[in-house]
Design a protein around this ligand. Sequence first.
Ligand SMILES: Nc1ncnc2c1ncn2[C@@H]1O[C@H](COP(=O)(O)OS(=O)(=O)O)[C@@H](OP(=O)(O)O)[C@H]1O
Length: 574
Amino acid sequence: MANSPHGGVLKDLFARDLPRHAELSIESERLPALVLSERHLCDLELILNGGFSPLQGFMSQEDYNGVVENNRLVDGNLFSMPITLDVDETQIKELGIKPGARITLRDSRDDRNLAILTVKDLYRPDKIREAVQVFGSDDDTHPGVKHLFTVARDTYVGGELEAINRLEHYDFLDLRFTPTELRAHFNKLGWQKVVAFQTRNPMHRAHRELTVRAARSQQANVLIHPVVGLTKPGDIDHFTRVRVYKALLARYPNSMAALALLPLAMRMGGPREALWHAVIRKNHGATHFIVGRDHAGPGKNKDGKDHYGPYEAQELVKRYQDELGIKMVEFQEMIYIPDKDEYMPADEIPNGTRTMNISGTELRNRLRTGKEIPAWFSYPEVVEVLREQNPLPREKGFTVFMTGYQNCGKDQIARALQTTLNQGGGRPVSMLVGETVRHELSSELGFSRQDRDLNISRIAFVASELTKAGAAVIAAPIAPFEDARRQARQLIEKSGPFFLIHVATPLEYCEKTDRRGIYKKARAGEIKGFTGVDDPYEEPSKPDLVVDLEKQNVRSIVHEIILLLESNGLLDRV
Ligand SMILES: Nc1ncnc2c1ncn2[C@@H]1O[C@H](COP(=O)(O)OS(=O)(=O)O)[C@@H](OP(=O)(O)O)[C@H]1O
């Protein structure tokens, strides 16, 4: 049997309002609509499906005050995180948000109407009080505090919701369980006791050992319940993590564990967040909840110290344990004991025992460099997923961006480099040379400063997308302006390595060897604003390589570029 929901009744608003779906849908079309951001959408989904039971809407001022001050709703139920809908003055005015008004809540991603809010009240929160009470300080190095101070608008709207449509998801649908669905799933499996494990990180052997120990200690099954809504900025994306969890699931004894995804927007609120997480898992039918070291910790504060003590979350949950209705299973950090080839909680390890660990930073380094990740730390299939997500330099795309006068040789170098890279294989090679780009991408543009800048920014956009997709990109426009080249570098470097090659063949040489007579036309005034004739060329201040076709031949220049790419690990062979 699944655990009783928080407050006694699961507030599955979708089920409740289904009989009125047609009527609510029609009404939602004619009401003013508030378009919701990603954070609000996460909250909305869990209000509507009962994950936040006993909430049936966004918190009114009374509930908000109770939660902020005492972790309690007006009806006396425990609740530790304010669930609020923040709006600004323009929205209030334009949508007519006032007590009694009905407002449609709309999905920003696809314009679908999701729910109708009946406004109960509008109130201005004291954000400093909220930060201090909920997150423990007003230090905005804390992501929850930062969101409150810089993103959340100044007025909160409280009110109950009626559900219309589920949020559309397109990923891992088979693993997205609402509380109602998960409860039915547990019942189907015949699970009596379920210990839920919250995570926002990839799981390795230590996590598997911890959850199996928890299951053993409580004679329970395990629910791996990772957050796939919003987690800490900089976390590994949920696509990769879910592939990791799926790989790990097969490492549990048969039918011991299940995996379900939670569309929660975390606040990284440590102790308060742990209490909230426990309530959410109770609503999803779990009977037990694991709270480990530094649960939902936001990292370091402005003084370089952790925002919360490592076991503060456990202490807060313990304080409310009797009335919480879901049992906390406490764990200390799991440490590897090489001499026994097993993991043990830190507090159970006898003094003097030899231990081993790989920190998060060390793991990231090993993924970056391809260094071995030992089997005692993780499973090969998990490592494989992470390696796919962290390609080695030789598997990544890059851009070689050449700049120089017309006829400086950059097109010839580009073609020779293309051939050389094609011969080596390993990745597709894409060419963005001046003439083709001007024809295919920028045919309406001329040669004013503005048009040239736009041309370079288009090249940068395409190069960045191709680099992201793993191609070797060779771009070779004149690109006479430093600023445009700097912006191109900035954009492309988000996708992969970028090399600026200054093809510094002197203008006189470019002109002298111009068989097509283009410079002659420019000198004669037939082409206006020609680079080097009557338009400037700004020399790159920080090129990665300078070459010159007057002094070198194409072959030796290509060789220099190849050496540059090689020294960055981009051409390593397996
Ligand atoms: N006013 C002016 N200034 C410079 N270049 C001119 C101009 N008008 C036309 N062309 C021909 O356009 C080609 C260079 O375009 P780019 O896209 O490389 O220029 S830029 O980077 O946007 O400045 C290059 O073409 P190709 O000679 O076929 O390479 C130039 O000859």
